[in-house]
Design a protein around this ligand. Structure first.
Ligand code: PLP
Length: 314
């Protein structure tokens, strides 16, 4: 069982022991869900030490999410960037997940908390394969959920807003309760959107297709995979897609910081392609995992190194 507790968190502008970083019950975000977050990973590097993967891109999205919900982060981009590196170093866990979170603190309890303080913290914890090691190797079983992604004008669909995840959790619980691993969600027009916490790719005749960014989160792994696929000579199309395209596909896979690059072997009880991880998915996985471990110099810019005193793998 994973431990979500590590010795330190970064809160109110500096490192703090985990036990001292507390919030009170009048925290506005706890009641109404207007907060923002990021999920980022650090990986042990093959040459030693650790590095945070695409840290600046995650922080740029965090900044965008803050603007989208109209809050002012209490810490600067540079302070948050340095805080992220300091936290990985302080906790001494080379391969970990980082959670940046901003929330509205206590003050008024009504729906216009304009003067409540905005609080910010970074946590880290060891996190292995989000959908399991077997899922990463052999693929996961998915079901299209009865819950649809919010209409773009119902919330801010490009922002990682904490409250948006009620929709994801309902979908995930629905399909896991039926024995599947992950939920696939459609948008309000019935087109393919994404999974509860991952973007989707469909492969046919070596062409990769991924749903357009309408009500879909602009995933950083989606972007990473698009760049890797282009570099490997694959064509990548972003387009409106129907759910049945998955049944005509050679391969389907999902991407996300947590799920990394996970093959989909079955959708709605039908096997996809050969019913296991396909060759294009494996090709992309192989490059992705080499890139995050710092083995490919052409992707070195994606890594922000952290020197660890005593590196522990996880
Ligand atoms: C709804 C949703 N879609 C897609 C993703 C994948 O995004 P990323 O690759 O930036 O982690 C995530 C995870 O952050 C997510 O929560």
């Amino acid at each position: 069982m994973a431990s979500w507790k590590t010795p330190y968190v970064w809160m109110d502008g500096g490192l703090k022991p985990f036990e001292e970083a507390n919030i009170n019950l009048l925290t506005h975000t706890l009641h109404y869900g207007l907060g923002i977050f990021e999920g980022t990973r650090a990986y042990e590097q093959t040459s030693g030490g650790s590095a945070i993967f695409r840290l600046d891109d995650h922080l740029r999205r965090l900044k965008g999410s803050a603007l989208a919900i109209n809050i002012q982060l209490p810490d600067s981009f540079d302070a948050i960037r340095q805080g992220s590196l300091d936290l990985v170093e302080a906790n001494g866990i080379a391969t970990c997940y980082l959670r940046h979170i901003a929330w509205i603190g206590d003050g008024v309890m009504g729906l216009n908390p304009k003067d409540n303080p905005i609080r910010f913290a970074i946590l880290s914890w060891p996190w292995g394969a989000y959908l399991g090691k077997d899922g990463l190797e052999n693929g996961v079983r998915c079901k299209v959920s009865s819950y649809v992604r919010p209409f773009p004008n119902s919330t801010m669909t490009k922002a990682k807003v904490t409250g948006n995840y009620v929709n994801s959790i309902l979908a995930k619980r629905e399909v896991v309760g039926m024995g599947y691993d992950e939920a696939i969600m459609l948008d309000t027009n019935g087109y393919l959107a994404e999974c509860s916490g991952e973007n989707l790719f469909v492969v046919r005749d070596n062409i990769l297709r991924t749903p357009a960014l309408t009500s879909v989160l602009a995933g950083i792994t989606r972007d990473t995979v698009t760049q890797i696929a282009h570099d490997l000579g694959y064509e990548v199309q972003q387009t409106i897609m129907t759910r049945d395209e998955m049944f005509f596909a050679d391969e389907v896979f999902m991407t996300g910081t947590a799920a990394e690059v996970t093959p989909v072997r079955e959708v709605d009880d039908r096997p996809i392609g050969t019913g296991t991880a396909g060759p294009v998915t494996k090709h992309i996985q192989q490059v992705y995992f080499a890139a995050i471990r710092g083995e490919l110099p052409q992707y070195a810019d994606w890594l922000s190194p952290v020197a660890l005193k005593e590196a522990k793998a996880s």
